[in-house]
Design a protein around this ligand. Structure first.
Ligand code: SAM
Length: 399
């Protein structure tokens, strides 16, 4: 896979709920596997983590089309593209007079100019509580003041790099289907809709309030089937929920582990298994035969659960010790002339009530991935050890 350029620019200039930074290794592997020969489409743009990761790697030379239903968000991209000088000027002014009163004054009013509106969104995003941009049902920004000691309000080099990249990109405001009518064979489409809640008891209707309900999920799945028919390469991230995934027969479904905010409180983080739904199989990037850590094929296009090579999976996901224990037990059985076989995924999923299983005198840890694979509820004592999680922890601990 292509490495990012040395200055790491452009990068997202907005922090967005549901942003995909933690999932980038898996997403980049999906892009690499797509071998797209066409344009890039991202109609649920948000902070655009994947768009910027591709831009940094020079992978958008055939053009891109970006869209989002949120007009304030799209004003930020449009403003940066159309008049980055004016956006920088506005941000410098916000920087000079930044305090709580100024924050609330800016929150109150919408500027007349595009550059002013773009700078407003960026300023509020950089200085609001938890660095988020959140709106109430009337589309009004409603995040309180953030109390950061030294927020970076105007990241001029990045804004200029983003403006240069966006100059070659189509930008539009609207529902996801509008911008996708232009997709042709060989184009790459990345879809990242708002997720339904992940608790097993929550229903689609519970999150319809958030603006993307069951009907939207169904319309999106129909749109994906259409894109697949057209010959586009489709990548969709979504929650790992049966009611979501059953909408994608004919697609590959991978499990990807992410460490992400579950709500606006920074202390309430959750490890969420996300699904990567693709119209093509993912291929290893480095010829080693293993997918990016955190990725595991769970269903093929015919809806069959996939046999994953257990030992290889354990090795790739930080469980070499468990693989060694299984290997030792098998050797003992062989030496004793026994033909005992075990469903090791079931062993590693523990009991239905979350009790670890013992085999040949050894107790095995309970793995979250194994529980999901076996269709069991994920219990609080389930373990996840993988590079995605370890990298996320390292990032979080970095000064
Ligand atoms: C999960 S976020 C995308 C995050 C993004 N991938 C990132 O890296 O920051 C989902 C986005 O979809 C947008 N959205 C919600 N409903 C939509 C719709 N019907 N059509 C297009 N965009 C929509 C929201 O405004 C939000 O920005």
């Amino acid at each position: 896979m292509t490495a990012p350029n040395s200055d790491g620019l452009p990068r997202p200039f907005l922090k967005w709920a549901g942003g995909k930074r933690q999932l980038l290794p898996g997403l980049l592997q999906a892009v690499h596997s797509a071998q797209s020969s066409g344009r890039y489409f991202e109609p649920f743009l948000g902070g655009g983590a994947l768009f910027f990761a591709l831009a940094q790697r020079g992978l958008l030379s055939r053009g891109a089309s970006l869209a989002d239903v949120n007009p304030n968000l799209m004003d930020a991209y449009l403003g940066v593209r159309e008049d980055v000088d004016a956006v920088v000027q506005h941000l410098r002014r916000h920087e000079q007079v930044h305090d709580e009163a100024h924050f609330y004054a800016v929150r109150q009013g919408i500027p007349d100019t595009l550059a002013g509106r773009a700078a407003r969104v960026i300023y509020l995003n950089r200085t609001g509580f938890n660095g988020l941009y959140r709106e109430n049902s009337k589309g009004e920004f409603n995040v309180p003041f953030g109390r950061y000691r030294n927020p970076l309000i105007c990241d001029e080099p990045n804004l200029r790099a983003a403006a240069a990249e966006l100059a070659r990109v189509d930008l539009s405001v609207g529902g996801f289907d509008a911008s996708l009518s232009a997709v042709a064979a060989g184009d790459l489409v990345y879809l990242d809709p708002p997720y339904p809640p992940t608790s097993p008891t929550a229903s689609f209707t519970a999150y319809a309030k958030g603006g993307f309900g069951e009907a939207d999920q169904r319309a999106l799945a129909a749109c994906c089937a259409n894109l697949q028919r057209v010959g586009a390469r489709v990548i969709l991230s979504n929650a790992m929920l049966p009611q979501t995934l059953e909408l994608y027969p004919g697609f590959y479904i991978y499990r990807l582990l992410a460490d992400r905010f579950v709500n606006s409180r920074g202390d309430r983080r959750g490890k969420v298994a996300e699904a990567l739904v693709t119209s093509f199989p993912l291929v290893p990037a480095d010829g080693t035969g293993t997918l990016e850590a955190g990725l595991m094929l769970v269903r093929d296009p015919n809806g069959r659960a996939q046999e994953v090579d257990l030992e290889r999976w354990l090795q790739a996901h930080g469980y070499a010790d468990v693989a060694a224990t299984i290997g030792a037990i098998k050797s003992e059985w062989k030496a004793a002339g026994k033909s005992t076989r075990r469903n090791w995924w079931a062993v590693l999923a523990g009991s239905r009530t979350g009790r670890p299983r013992r085999v040949a005198g050894r107790e095995f840890p309970i793995l979250r991935a194994a529980q999901e694979r076996q269709g069991l509820p994920v219990t609080a004592n389930a373990e996840t050890r993988n590079a995605v999680e370890i990298a996320a922890r390292r990032d979080a601990a970095a000064p």
